[in-house]
Design a protein around this ligand. Sequence first.
Ligand code: SF4
Length: 379
Amino acid sequence: MKRLVDSTTGSHGNVQPTGCSDPGFSRTVIQWQKKHGRHGLPWQQSKDPYRVWLSEIMLQQTQVATVIPYYHRFLVSFPDVHSCALASSEQIMAHWSGLGYYTRARNLHACAKRVVSDYGGVFPSEPEKLQALPGIGRSTAAAIAAFSYGARAAIMDGNVKRVFARVFGIDGYPSSKPVEDRLWQQAAALLPETGHAAIQAYTQGLMDLGATVCTRTTPRCDVCPLTKRCVALASGRVDELPVRKPRKSTPTRQVIMLLLVDSTRCVLLEKRPPVGIWGGLYSLPELAWEDGKTAQQLHKKIRKAAQPYADVDGVVPLEKVSHGFSHFTLAIHPYQCTLKREGHLVSEDSHVWYPLHQIRNAPLPAPIKKLLERCDSVS
Ligand code: SF4
């Protein structure tokens, strides 16, 4: 059997693909993908690395159905890596607004600039070089290289981890180092040996199986091509594998947000720092929440904070909004402030008065946009 490399460990500590340890596994996945897998997704219609890369970044932590309209809109505005690199960060963030995990958008922009400056606008074909670019992890690098260039590289995203953990009966939390190492080794050993088309169908097949058959809560073992091989099914452990992440209780952070809406129906937006949650996006001005304050004390505090931007006429508390992040919950206490006149001129770098009726185009995080859309529809 042909060996592609002598060592099993590459320069980045990655397991390098060797000969295939079980050709029947990849054959089964490929045959199933051709017949039952997904073939009509927008990004499957092209091998253009820019489109493949864009889709892979958008699909990290986001469902296909959510990504599709964002993907189309992004390509209309930025049809290639050059236009993406030349865009302003506000334009990129506005196109990402609502998709969540905004670090992805900042890294995407940085990556486009690097591809243009370091590679003349052509994405490299080697997974190691792709992995060195901003926002591209090991599995994403392998997917881009496989789909765009037919590279023989193993992927291991959340869906594939689940399929492998069940089929091979792998115990332990899949994102812990020893379990993840084992999964990567298994994935590298199972790569098909021949042909661009084979690696593409195999990579897509694993993704499709995880997304459409071997799902987290309702796996469809009756239609799965891996039924005969599946250790979890044979041992009655489908519900137990993959092992869930050990639960930690997440803290709640409380904050006051000000909806300053002036007489021309513009709302004051504040640019967030480039790093941290919602980094680089616009949001509402914030104040620290203090337990035990009376309504009168709160209103006084809000009027004082708003003073540089507007003369506040009335202050009305709105319904509390909660938004979950991976490591904490943000409890937002929104206060709508009515103003008799136009808002004061503000520094363009950090604040802007934005027309409420155009709020859907603003580079805002989803919960803030929803809050403002509601405010526009009721006031
Ligand atoms: S048989 Fe069931 S549990 Fe096993 S891989 Fe297929 S869908 Fe998943």
